[in-house]
Design a protein around this ligand. Structure first.
Ligand SMILES: Cc1ncc(C[n+]2csc(CCOP(=O)(O)OP(=O)(O)O)c2C)c(N)n1
Ligand SMILES: [Mg+2]
Length: 1032
């Protein structure tokens, strides 16, 4: 086959007679016009049988392969010309000799190979002509595939953007290379017919070879390197070819050039102004890639022209202040005052450095005269971590405004070259880009490729040729561009925006640039990049180069240029003067996602109370019925599932619920109240433990599904439940972003098992835990983390509650004032809520409380794997707690309500615990007949700590010693968190003893026997009333 491919590479679709009469003919039209957008019809369809295609139409080696396999199966199934070709090739004809002119086709089939060989060369002129045409076609294709490798992308002219100095053999850098194609210098003036896969001809269908090469050079080897030939879709490839190959396509009007110059002035002079005023401050300036600003503005202008109203952006440190000033148009004085160390913070929390803050701004786009909202999402230092967050927020904004195909809301993501290549989250984010529940219908990625990451040379920082190769996995075209050519930059940005508007897929603009200063303005780059920086010092700034070009062209005069500079400098100076008046820094002004109407005008919660989370019996019954039915006609579900639904119906009749039904009722009731619910994560639709079944699958019809929860009532909010890609970092980030967009939605992410959250640790540590403190941004995301020691080994056991508890912001040593609104105020003050529900009723209530609270906090309930499985049935969502079900609520602590409570003073031990160990403890207590001597209280909300209720419980069992019992190891779980807080509650009057597994490195043993022995041991300790005598 390899030999056939070699032959095929030399073929081109042109008969000799066609070749002779090409000049002046129109190329066959492949463009269909549909309204404003032009779409390309596929030129060829590969449907089987491929037989009817004649030999001379074959254009690609894949195609030849297909043809070959069809021929192998049945030589008659292909066109005669192919039959002859394959028989000749199989008979050993060398490349170029297997082809027979169609003129001899009639004779061919009957001829044996030796006879055929006598025909080869029988018409030497025709054959040479065809071969030369085929060669030219290969040459064109070579430029389309590999032209970017020789494009002049590095403004410094010292590095190869693809890290490879070799020039591909098939790119014609000198006339002797024509030999690769069997051509020579004398062919340069010959005219060749152009194939339909190129647009270099413009209105011409044939060109001299010399001109073909020149035009290919112009299209692919100047300041733009286009990487796109890996895209599987022919229509998309044609679209790109047309955008870059059509002669004269990169034309700018004088007006456009002047606008570009003005934008370059702003970008450059902004950095110069900051450098002049605060030379000793870090700002991660944009010097060396100033064309980023016009590039972003072009993408936004073009997108606005195409109907986009809202652009959500995420970006790292480099040039961020410049983007805020000149793209988002944050008031300059607000930026400048951030440099003032005397500025006091008005808001609570830590705040963040100026180059991490977010922004939200609605304004008129001056170019299109349309409204546009721009939001830059606040981010941590952790590079690229913001990517999925931006995507999630974008998806949410699209969802809430009914923008189903991303025509009104879009995202732009900026990247550094080193981070884009090195950070895995980039890949995880790309993999969400085309999934139905996660797509944002195309993101424009812009890489500030300054060819360095801090002090590391790209040759040491990546294994891929370009930093952008990760984008190839989703077939995103990649436009590399020399950032010192502002017009080329603007052109690719226009194409990128059009690409997104046309195909609604991701696209990458790679601004190949340099970094004029060190990593930050204090850094000495000559330590590590001496040669590069010697060159940089010689490099004329891009603004100066572009201004000189426009002055030479007569587009602007030097005076106009200088006036434009003075005008912007004056704007900066005036803003600087105003910034001196700012005495207080309001982080609130830097909010990226305002929630209009949710807070008071001062940004406070509208109340400090939480209504009952209970529901009427009627509502519970109704939702329960939906949960146990198939609301669609002629829909066949699996027999096992029918039994599960029947079981649910039974529970409704018995007024009991299991975990899945409790969750169903929580979600269903919120949907009924108009609250959107979105549950996302791996296999959440069915549920890892096969308990949920929120999506029913028709057993007879492929892809026919039904989500009963969307059939609760006609005016309900929609329910989204989606199995995610196998990613935690990307998907949790995405859901966090989704939850940012609106407070009126319950957004949940579930880990397959709790411990898998650690691959998303950055989102937890950098965004969820401190998000409000850093960026005054609340977020009500729910993390469902299955947890429980069940002898399943070190993995799949622990959701690592100790980590979440360690990051809670409450003070273990201070007993808070117990006021009437204590429970809610405590929630308001905390950074997040950690709960561990021991029954489905409490899970139901805590889910509803998330939404009924007048503010939003992330919550992290452990969901108990055991409870999923044992169908631990509870009576009608705690109806027993309150006779009137509509007044029930989440219980932060479930006190002992059994025999021990009857004579509390006789109780010798009060055991506090949380989660599933409660069931082990009650069983053991019963077995030992100690119901009257040992009380057991369940802490359902660990953080914020229920100081008031712990206090009440300790006072009730006043003669009891206190034990914390957990199934986790001592250095894990809850002990380190609860112990000091219980001690503070009781004014350190008693000890808090420990019953649980010993300290260990791994979360659980892999040996079932050891697991059970450990359990036995700590239960013995928990019920041995003398166990702690020696420690008193
Ligand atoms: C996840 C992560 N690792 C390390 C760092 C430290 N760091 C900050 S900037 C930087 C270099 C980034 O290089 P690049 O992505 O090319 O951006 P540039 O600074 O060149 O614009 C590094 C390593 C970080 N901020 N985030
Ligand atoms: Mg870099």
């Amino acid at each position: 086959m390899h030999r056939l491919r070699t032959c095929a590479a030399r073929l081109r679709p042109l008969t000799a007679s066609q070749a002779a009469q090409t000049v002046g003919q129109q190329r066959p039209l492949t463009v269909a016009s549909t309204g404003n957008t032009r779409t390309f019809q596929p030129i060829r369809c590969y449907s089987t049988p491929v037989a009817s295609e004649p030999f001379l139409n074959g254009t690609s080696s894949n195609y030849v392969e297909e043809m070959y396999f069809a021929w192998l199966e049945d030589p008659k199934s292909v066109h005669k010309s192919w039959d002859v070709f394959f028989r000749n090739a199989n008979a050993g004809a060398p490349p170029g000799a297997a082809y027979q002119s169609p003129l001899s086709l009639s004779a061919a089939p009957g001829l044996a190979a030796p006879q055929l060989s006598s025909l080869v060369g029988a018409q030497p002129n025709v054959e040479k002509l065809v071969e030369d045409h085929l060669a030219v076609q290969s040459l064109i294709r070579a430029y389309q595939i590999r032209g970017h490798h020789v494009a002049q992308l590095d403004p410094l002219g010292i590095l190869d953007a693809d890290l490879d100095s070799c020039v591909p053999t098939d790119i014609i850098t000198s006339s002797d290379k024509l030999g690769f194609y069997g051509l020579n210098e004398s062919d340069l003036d010959k005219v060749f017919r152009l194939p339909t896969t190129t647009f270099i001809g413009g209105s011409e269908t044939a060109l001299p070879l010399k001109e073909i090469i020149r035009r290919l050079e112009m299209a692919y080897c100047q300041h733009i390197g286009v990487e796109f030939m890996f895209i599987n879709d022919l229509e998309q490839c044609q679209w790109i070819r047309q955008k870059f190959e059509t002669p004269g396509v990169m034309q700018f009007t004088p007006e456009e050039k002047r606008t570009l110059l003005a934008r370059m002035i702003r970008s450059t002079r902004f950095e110069e102004f900051l450098q002049k005023k605060w030379s000793a401050e870090k700002r991660f300036g944009l010097e060396g890639c100033e064309s980023l600003i016009p590039s972003l503005k072009t993408i936004i202008d073009k997108s606005s022209e195409n109907g986009v109203e809202y652009v959500i952006m995420g970006m790292p440190h480099r040039g961020r202040l410049n983007v805020l000033a000149n793209v988002i148009r944050k008031e300059l004085e607000q930026i400048f005052c951030q440099f003032d160390s005397k500025l006091e913070a008005a808001d609570e929390g830590s705040g963040d450095v100026k180059y991490h803050l977010g922004m939200y701004h609605r304004r008129i786009n001056r170019v299109t005269d349309r409204n546009i909202t721009l939001s830059l999402v606040a981010n941590p230092s952790h590079l690229e971590a913001v990517d999925p967050v931006v995507q999630g927020k974008t998806k949410a904004e699209q969802f809430y405004c009914g923008d189903n195909d991303g025509k009104r809301v879009m995202s732009i993501l900026l990247h550094g070259d080193a981070a884009f290549a090195g950070q895995g989250i980039v890949y995880e984010t790309f993999h969400l880009s085309d999934l139905p529940s996660y797509t944002t219908h195309g993101t424009v990625h812009v890489v500030v490729n300054n060819q360095i990451g801090f002090t590391t040379d790209p040759r040491m920082a990546r294994s891929s040729p370009y930093p952008t190769d990760v984008a190839r996995v989703v077939n995103a075209p990649i436009f590399h561009v020399n950032a010192d050519d502002p017009e080329a930059v603007i052109y690719v940005c226009k194409v990128a925006a059009e690409w997104r508007a046309t195909f609604h897929k991701d696209v990458v603009v790679d601004l190949v640039s340099y970094r004029r200063m060190g990593h930050n303005e204090m850094d000495e780059p000559m330590f590590t990049q001496p040669l590069m920086y010697k060159q940089i010092k010689k490099q004329k700034p891009v603004l100066q180069k572009y201004a000189e070009k426009l002055i030479a062209e007569g587009v602007v005069s030097r005076q106009e240029y200088e006036e434009e500079i003075s005008k912007y400098d004056k704007i900066c100076e005036e803003a600087y003067a105003r910034s001196k008046d700012e005495k207080i820094l309001h982080i609130k002004h830097w909010l990226d996602s305002p929630w209009p109407g949710f807070f008071t005008l001062e940004g406070q919660p509208k109340s400090m109370s939480c209504p009952s989370t209970g529901l009427s019996e009627e509502d519970l019954t109704h939702i329960g019925q939906v949960a146990s039915s198939v609301p669609v006609e002629d829909f066949t579900i699996h027999g096992g599932l029918s039994r599960i639904l029947k079981g649910r119906g039974e529970m409704i009749r018995n007024r009991t619920v299991d975990w899945a039904l409790g969750e169903y009722m929580a979600f269903g009731s919120l949907l009924k109240e108009g609250i959107h619910v979105r549950l996302s994560g791996q296999d959440v639709e069915r549920g890892t433990f096969s308990h949920r079944h929120h999506v029913l699958h028709d057993q007879n019809v492929d892809k026919r599904t039904c989500i009963p929860m969307n059939h609760i009532s006609p005016d309900q909010a929609p329910y989204t439940v989606c199995n995610s890609s196998l990613s935690e970092y990307g998907v949790l980030g995405f859901e966090l972003g989704f939850a940012m967009a609106s407070p009126n939605a319950l957004i949940l992410w579930e880990a397959q098992f709790g411990d898998f959250h650690n691959t998303a640790q950055c989102i937890i540590d950098q965004f969820i835990c401190p998000g409000q403190a850093k960026w005054v941004r609340q977020n009500g995301i729910v993390l469902l983390l299955p947890h429980g020691m069940e002898g399943m080994g070190p993995e799949h056991s622990s959701a690592r509650p100790e980590r979440f508890l360690q990051m809670c912001n409450d003070d273990p040593d201070v007993m808070p004032n117990i006021t009437e609104d204590f429970a809610v105020r405590q929630l308001y003050d905390c950074n997040w809520i950690v709960v561990n529900c021991s029954n489905p009723g409490n899970y139901f209530h805590v889910m509803r409380r998330q939404i009924l609270l007048p503010f939003r906090k992330p919550v992290r309930p452990h969901t108990l794997m055991d409870v999923y499985r044992d169908l631990n049935v509870h009576v009608w969502l705690q109806a027993g707690v309150d006779a009137n079900i509509s007044r029930t609520h989440f219980q932060r602590l479930i006190p002992d309500g059994g025999v021990a409570a009857e004579r509390p003073e006789e109780v010798k031990r009060l055991i506090f615990c949380t989660g599933k160990v409660y069931y082990e403890l009650t069983k053991e207590r019963k077995n030992r007949g100690m119901e009257g001597t040992v009380a057991i209280a369940r802490m359902e909300q660990l953080s914020p700590f229920p100081f008031d209720q712990v206090k009440a419980e300790v006072e009730r069992f006043c003669n009891a010693d206190l034990v914390w019992c957990q199934e986790e190891h001592k250095n894990q779980g809850y002990y380190d968190y609860v112990k000091p807080r219980i001690r503070t509650t009781i004014n350190r009057s008693k000890g808090v003893w420990y019953a649980g597994r010993e300290s260990a490195a791994a979360p659980a043993t892999g040996n079932k026997n050891t697991h059970l022995m450990e359990l036995r041991r700590f239960l013995d300790t928990a019920f041995d009333l003398d166990a702690f005598k020696d420690q008193q």
